[in-house]
Design a protein around this ligand. Structure first.
Ligand SMILES: Nc1ncnc2c1ncn2[C@@H]1O[C@H](COP(=O)(O)OP(=O)(O)OP(=O)(O)O)[C@@H](O)[C@H]1O
Ligand SMILES: [Mg+2]
Ligand SMILES: [Zn+2]
Length: 460
């Protein structure tokens, strides 16, 4: 038998078994199947691998299924028609791929052929994949058909780029927006597929794969297939790391810590080591971002702590966000580079050389001691105004974030205090682009090189 890739083997044949998410779509489609109020044209839009084609096929079977004399909410997958659709040779369900020849011939052909009644089922269903690829000419031909569709015809158009579809077509379609699938949904589905193929996929491993897939089930199953082939048995996180060419989390934490310590030597040594492992540098930056994101969720209380993340030296939200910003900027930048390793090295060196992040060492949480607050000095009105003036001259947006702060001087640091609900200000004012500008002004007016941010609540 011809080998069939895993994602094809596990394409759900109905809404009940193995179909994940998109509840809003399934409910509406099933309602219209039940009441028999069917549209003539549907548009399924959404990201890659989230179930558009799958759903179109299920729907095509449901309107035509021979197990009943009217549309059913779940296809039987046993009648002649359902089976023909599953095998891809149903006369009444015609799949067209607009991407291959941009559809001119096919659409012209279609205009002549739609008038013939279905052979076996109740409706002729045309599934047009990647419909945004049609030429203007093909769209016009399609529009003619959509204007006066014969009663027995249903069009299902699928696209990842709905914005490229002419309004004249859109206005004649009932539109369904497919959503990216959540990591939880994907991880659970992968575990179930693995089990059906006879291997055990551990929860952490499933989580890494789900994260990698970025909301698309096809990609997720593709990655799983790759790891199954590699592991030849039960799958743990180490198999995922090794087979996808990424470093394990311990080493990633090590890298992040060396970066936080601004230890360029250690960072370059790690990169060199990773290079010998044949690692993908872009992926490394993505993984680093994910690690930082997890840590951020933890310090903000949205996620449970894990041992590994505890080892991370970055402890405060502003520090973490500053590094995330730099890594993300580096990642953007890396697209311009043909040599990924060089790009990664440059990014790391830049980060290590950047202005030091605030609060390098975690200070004990402030207590309600008045003495402590008294040690702080207010900044005089004139000086503050001078600072604001300098910053405003450089960047209006830096000025806008800064001007809401009340400044204090504490030893050799400037403390910017914001009202408690000014979370966005606190996050933004520590971004590198603003930091660069305002540190210059602080230095010039107060001779101070560093600043920290807090809310009023954190003071008392
Ligand atoms: N909602 C889902 N539930 C279960 N499996 C899914 C789902 N969506 C996608 N898959 C899996 O991914 C594969 C590809 O899905 P499908 O062809 O429906 O994606 P698509 O949205 O049409 O993507 P594309 O835009 O790339 O054409 C399916 O064969 C199936 O294995
Ligand atoms: Mg598709
Ligand atoms: Zn059937």
């Amino acid at each position: 038998m011809l080998y069939q890739s895993l994602y094809r083997q596990y394409r759900p044949l109905g809404f009940q078994q193995g179909y994940v998410g998109q509840e809003h779509i399934v409910r509406t489609l099933q309602n219209s199947l039940q009441t028999g109020r069917l549209a003539h044209a549907y548009l399924f839009s959404g990201p890659r691998g989230t179930g558009k084609t799958t759903t179109a096929k299920i729907f095509a079977k449901a309107v035509n299924c021979l197990s009943s004399d009217k549309p059913v909410i779940e296809p039987c997958n046993q009648c002649e028609l359902c089976m023909a659709v599953n095998q891809g040779n149903a006369m009444d369900v015609i799949e067209m791929d607009a991407a291959t020849n941009r559809g001119i011939e096919e659409v012209r052909d279609l205009r002549d052929r739609v008038k013939y009644a279905p052979a076996l089922g109740r409706y002729k269903v045309y599934i047009i994949d990647e419909v945004h690829m049609l030429t203007t000419e093909a769209f016009n031909a399609l529009l003619k058909t959509l204007e006066e569709p014969p009663a027995h015809v249903i069009f299902i158009m699928a696209t990842t780029e709905p914005q490229k579809i002419p309004a004249t077509i859109l206005s004649r379609c009932q539109r369904f927006d497919f959503r990216p699938l959540t990591e939880g949904m994907i991880a659970a589905h992968l575990q179930s597929i693995a089990q059906q193929t006879g291997v055990n996929l551990n929860e952490e491993a499933a989580g890494i794969l789900a994260f990698r897939a970025q909301g698309g089930m096809r990609d997720a199953i593709g990655l799983l297939e790759q790891v199954i082939a590699f592991a030849q048995g039960d799958i743990g996180p180490e198999h995922v790391w090794q087979s996808l060419g990424t470093v394990d989390k311990t080493r990633l934490v090590e890298l992040a810590n060396s970066m936080a310590a601004r230890d360029i030597g250690a960072v370059l040594k790690l990169l060199d080591e990773f290079g010998h492992m044949g690692l993908d540098y872009r992926q490394l930056l993505l993984d680093l971002l994910e690690l930082l994101r997890e840590k951020l969720l933890q310090v903000s209380g949205a996620m449970r702590n894990t041992k590994l993340n505890d080892d991370l030296r970055l402890k405060t939200a502003p520090e973490i966000m500053t590094m995330m910003d730099s890594v993300a900027a580096g990642l953007q930048d890396s697209r311009r580079w043909t040599h990924p390793r060089l790009a990664a090295e440059l990014i790391m060196i830049k980060i290590c050389n950047a202005e030091a992040a605030p609060a390098r060492e975690q200070k004990p949480t402030p207590t309600k001691s008045a003495a402590k607050v008294n040690k702080e000095k207010a900044v005089t009105r004139e000086k503050w105004e001078e600072i604001l003036g300098l910053v405003k001259g450089e960047s209006i947006s830096s000025y806008a974030w800064l001007k809401e702060a009340t400044p204090f001087i504490n030893a050799d640091t400037l403390v910017l205090e914001y009202p408690d609900n000014y979370k966005l200000h606190c996050e933004n004012i520590v971004k590198p682009e603003h930091r660069q500008i305002i540190v210059l002004a602080f230095r010039q007016v107060l001779g101070i090189d560093d600043y920290k941010v807090r809310t009023r609540e954190q003071r008392s």
